[in-house]
Design a protein around this ligand. Structure first.
Ligand SMILES: [Zn+2]
Length: 252
């Protein structure tokens, strides 16, 4: 069910146990071979597929394309809500739906820079509403839900999400190959961070000149379809758990 299609009396009449999903992504550079709207297009495809399966059991808000992308601002075309602005924006969206009576609120994320402010948002909202025991506030990034795409398609080489990498380029080749530039001239950009597992402050140009991280030359549309299937199944599984939640307990 799409929020954008409903009128307000319809929303008022909905069960307030219906999960509300906020897809959140970005508009930012994705190397010299991929469009600025990559994260929003890829998450949009995963949400489209999940919504077909989940039908009327979940209410989907429209995808929020403005993300926290300050680290990419050295690359022209990138648009960003600064981190604290973004935190306020997500908190505001949660409060809107809490005010409308909904209790199961889920962010599904498609951009790495949204991860920290997104988790901070659900943390802060729970502290604000600490007298409630009927709220389920979740933030989930689609490629961190446990799926192992390389077990579905053994040709997939990458083992973690990069940037405009084998994974993202493959998915874009699957849905909009006309927007993907030539791959032959690109080079591998290593993920490497000598200080792991420490979290290091970074801007994108610390790590890459062309803008991608990983090796997009291995991308194919067939791998893209496998990636979409794995990530969509993970999102559906999570949301089915939200539908099945007992409405109050930590474990259930
Ligand atoms: Zn991306």
């Amino acid at each position: 069910m799409q929020l954008t299609d409903l009128n307000w009396p319809c929303v008022q009449a909905l069960s307030k146990d219906l999960p509300v999903v906020f897809p959140v992504a970005a508009l930012e550079q994705h190397g010299g071979h991929m469009p600025l709207f990559t994260d929003s297009m890829l998450l949009g495809e995963i949400i489209r597929r999940a919504a077909e399966k989940l039908d009327d059991h979940v209410l989907f808000a429209p995808l929020l394309w403005l993300g926290n992308s300050d680290h990419h601002l050295d690359f022209p075309g990138t648009l960003s809500a600064p981190p604290r602005t973004y935190l306020d924006l997500l908190n505001g969206l949660l409060e809107n739906f809490i005010q409308h009576g909904f209790r199961r609120l889920v962010f599904i994320n498609g951009h790495g820079g949204n991860d920290v402010p997104g988790k901070q948002t659900v943390f802060e909202a729970r502290q604000r509403h600490r007298d409630r025991n009927d709220l389920l506030l979740l933030f989930a990034t689609y490629w961190q839900l446990g799926g192992k795409p390389w077990e579905v398609d053994a040709r997939i080489q990458q083992r973690q999400m990069g940037h405009a990498c084998e994974w993202e380029t493959s998915m874009m080749l699957r849905i909009a190959p006309n927007l993907v530039g030539p791959l032959e001239e690109l080079d591998l950009v290593e993920f490497g961070n000598a200080f792991e597992p420490a979290a290091r402050g970074w801007i994108t140009k610390d790590r890459t000149v062309p803008g991608h991280i990983g090796d997009p030359r291995h991308a194919t549309a067939e791998k893209g379809e496998a990636l979409f299937r794995v990530f969509t199944d993970d999102v559906i599984h999570l949301l089915e758990g939200v539908v099945a939640w007992d409405g109050k307990s930590w474990n259930g």
